[in-house]
Ligand binder design. Structure first.
Ligand code: PRP
Length: 183
């Protein structure tokens, strides 16, 4: 087997936001979105891979009809630092012309991914492009950009769990956790 075995929480310093707290906030976000988009059928455009758990929970907390699609973006750079150059590795499949689009992100850090995605999607003449991001790390911001729906502000630390990874691990932790500093 590849990598180290053992407890998923071995390198976790502490839980930052519990699964219950996340569930409550996701419910609130879903209710807000359901009210704001009540007369339309928005396209939820999840940004892979980090969004996969948030998307599943958010979509089920929305009480109006939605359509779901996914996009994947990668930024050039190492695993912890973005170079600022974003490329699309998987585009959404459906046409968004004349549609309300809600980008579903797990985290906004520098804002570079979101800025690129919003600009790219807007070229396709949607009715609107807004953003729902579960976590917001304002200390990392390089661009003045903000999610329209935001779940939690998080500190300037490496956060994993609930979809967020470190070297592809920890996405399956149900809570949002801080990795030990030396890890
Ligand atoms: C993360 C996250 C966002 C992006 C935010 O994705 O899911 O898409 O980084 O960072 P930014 O605001 O600095 O651009 P990542 O590239 O780690 O890929 P992943 O979702 O597959 O883990």
């Amino acid at each position: 087997m590849n990598g180290t075995s053992g407890d998923l929480r071995n390198n976790i310093e502490k839980t930052l936001i519990t699964a219950d707290e996340i569930a409550a906030r996701v419910g609130e976000l879903g209710r807000m979105i359901s009210g704001d988009y009540v007369s339309s059928v928005p396209v939820l455009a999840g940004v892979l891979k980090g969004c996969f758990i948030f998307m599943a929970d958010l979509a089920r907390s929305i009480s109006i009809p939605v359509e779901v699609d996914f996009i994947a973006a990668a930024s050039y750079g190492d695993s912890t630092r973005s170079s600022g150059v974003v490329r699309i590795t998987k585009d959404i499949d459906m046409s968004i012309t004349g549609r309300h689009v809600l980008i579903v992100e797990d985290i906004v850090d520098t804002g570079l991914t979101l800025d690129y995605l919003i600009r790219m999607l807007k070229t396709r003449n949607p009715l609107s492009v807004k953003v729902c991001a579960l976590f917001d790390k304002p200390s990392g911001r390089k661009l003045d950009i903000k999610a329209d729906y935001s779940g939690f502000l998080i500190p300037d630390r490496y956060v994993v769990g609930y979809g967020l990874d470190h070297d592809e691990r920890y996405r399956n932790l149900p809570d949002a956790c801080l990795l030990k500093e030396e890890h």
